[in-house]
Design a protein around this ligand. Structure first.
Ligand SMILES: Cc1cc2nc3c(=O)[nH]c(=O)nc-3n(C[C@H](O)[C@H](O)[C@H](O)COP(=O)(O)OP(=O)(O)OC[C@H]3O[C@@H](n4cnc5c(N)ncnc54)[C@H](O)[C@@H]3O)c2cc1C
Ligand code: FES
Ligand code: FES
Length: 473
């Protein structure tokens, strides 16, 4: 058995690069999951992947919503895959009834995705608030109903059920007794097969390594589907992000969600909330990995740029052993890395930010949400009083790879955290960037954006000494 699909054992029937939605629909006859964009953008194909890791609400499995159109089905190995068919034993469940009652569905094409995402919310949200529910459907697009009707259904869902669900000792048992989940859910943890993730890249295995697949299955879907891929099983990562006294250690196949939602990291790096809100959708954050963002080496990778400014070190692993490389030494040119063919990125480390460290993240895209950046940038300043004693600034979208503005960093050290320094720094960025004009903006626009971002970074890092008015002088 490969995985459990709703209440059925699913056996291997396709090359492991075949995407999950095709295996569900074609091989298992679970046609309720719909497919529209096949690029992770619309959420129609959302399914839940439950893997053995305790959920924040006490369930023995953690259920992650993912887009099954860009996820290799083998990433579901050892997991419980939940599709729309698996959410009701007889007729519609209360969530489906509410969506119908409030006219939250018209043609119905997007509805399975909304129901599955909202079920993920019911399983995962510690607060069961309206804000959490709205965030849970940030990756689901409806072309015809209009979101107000869906919002009204959610408001009623919360008003009726949240108090009882929050008071229950076991969320999953309460969801079963309220009829949101069939009772087979309680038995699934005992039925799952176990699988191990790949530990290193073998020279005899030439196919690409796959993390969440959210880059590769958009870039090269036709080529990958018939292949036997080397899988890293991001959802089955058993190591946890560790915040040690002097450093943070991140397993490379941690998801973007796990990174942005880590309780201690959120306190140490308050701007992680902004990173999360501007990075893709709930589904993509749950399936995409940190390693994928770094190794994909896109100049506009948000996490790659964020970690670059934190002076991150990478632990690369192969059969020949481990080696440590500074992330800023990894990028040699456009999508060219100092990574040996047999190496995988195993772990990342950065120094624990101190109380004197200020971190600011900025991203501007053509559309604020659900879009990749025109320019993305992070500034890390260490202050002693009002003097800058260390500076690190990354800039994405202005060079062939994620760039550190090293000349500007050196220039800043020893200067006052003042409006004058900020204005001069914003002018100096032009000296070490080489943006190109493309669909995300002209070179001149990107240059202007980055220089405005430098001002925004200073406002965010130095509110004691720099105000908006002071920058206008
Ligand atoms: C709808 C959508 C929205 C997106 N929005 C954003 C966004 O807002 N910001 C952004 O930065 N990105 C965005 N992305 C891009 C993508 O989600 C990220 O780059 C993500 O972090 C890739 O991770 P992955 O695990 O899915 O990568 P994969 O596709 O699995 O792999 C990407 C590359 O990394 C390699 N790789 C993966 N893991 C390892 C490892 N451990 N060691 C060595 N090599 C490895 C693979 O071989 C491949 O070359 C978006 C993608 C989609 C589909
Ligand atoms: S079909 Fe649009 S996200 Fe999968
Ligand atoms: S109900 Fe038609 S797309 Fe949403």
């Amino acid at each position: 058995m490969e995985f459990v699909a709703n209440n059925l054992a699913a056996h291997r029937s396709a090359a492991n690069g075949e995407v999950l939605v095709d295996v569900l629909r074609r091989d298992l006859g679970l046609n309720g999951t719909t497919v529209a964009c096949r690029e992770g953008d619309c959420g129609a194909c959302t399914v839940l992947l439950g893997s053995p890791r305790e959920n924040i609400t006490g369930s023995p499995l953690r259920y992650r919503p993912i887009t099954s159109c860009i996820s290799p089905h083998a990433n579901a190995r050892g997991c419980h895959v939940v599709t729309i068919e698996g959410l009701s034993a007889h007729g519609s469940n209360p969530l489906q009834e509410l969506l119908c009652h409030y006219s939250g569905t018209q043609c119905g094409f997007c509805t399975p995705g909304f129901v599955v995402s909202l079920t993920g919310f019911l399983l995962n949200s510690p607060s069961l608030s309206f804000a959490d529910a709205s965030a849970a459907i940030d990756g689901n697009i409806c072309r015809c109903t209009g979101y107000k009707a869906i919002e009204r259904a959610i408001q009623q869902l919360i008003a009726t059920y949240a108090p009882r669900l929050l008071a229950a000792p076991s969320r999953i048992a309460a969801l079963v007794s309220e009829g949101f989940l069939p009772d087979y859910f309680l038995q699934v943890p005992h039925k799952l097969p176990s699988y191990q993730a790949a530990a290193h890249r073998s020279p005899a295995h030439p196919s690409p390594l796959i993390g969440g697949g959210s880059d590769l299955f958009v870039q090269r879907p036709g080529e990958l589907r018939p292949q036997e891929l080397k899988l890293l099983h991001p959802g089955k990562e058993t190591r946890q992000i560790a915040v040690e006294p002097s450093q943070v250690i991140i397993p490379a196949s941690s998801s973007i969600h796990d990174f942005c939602e880590h309780p201690q990291l959120k306190k140490l790096l308050p701007c992680l909330d902004k990173v999360k809100k501007l990075f893709a959708s709930t589904q993509i954050r749950q399936q995409a990995t940190i390693a994928g963002n770094i190794i994909n080496a896109s100049p506009i990778g948000d996490i790659a740029n964020f970690l670059l400014a934190l002076d991150t070190t990478l632990l690369l692993r192969s059969t020949a052993g481990d080696r440590l490389v500074a992330q800023k030494e990894l990028y040699l040119g456009y999508k060219t890395l100092s990574l040996r063919p047999e190496e995988l990125l195993f772990e990342l480390r950065f120094a624990l930010p101190t109380p004197r460290t200020r971190v600011s993240f900025e991203k501007v895209s053509r559309r604020t949400h659900l879009d990749i950046a025109s320019v993305t940038s992070t500034m890390v300043l260490t202050l002693e009083g009002a003097t800058i004693v260390a500076a690190a600034i990354s800039a994405g979208g202005v060079a062939p790879f994620p760039l550190r503005l090293s000349h500007l960093e050196s220039w800043l050290v020893g200067r006052a955290a003042s409006p004058q320094t900020a204005r001069e720094a914003a002018n100096r960025v032009t000296e070490e960037i080489k943006p190109i004009s493309d669909v995300r903006g002209s070179a001149a626009y990107k240059t202007l954006l980055l220089s405005q971002m430098i001002l925004a970074h200073f406002l965010s890092c130095c509110p004691e000494t720099i105000s908006e008015e002071s920058l206008l002088v």
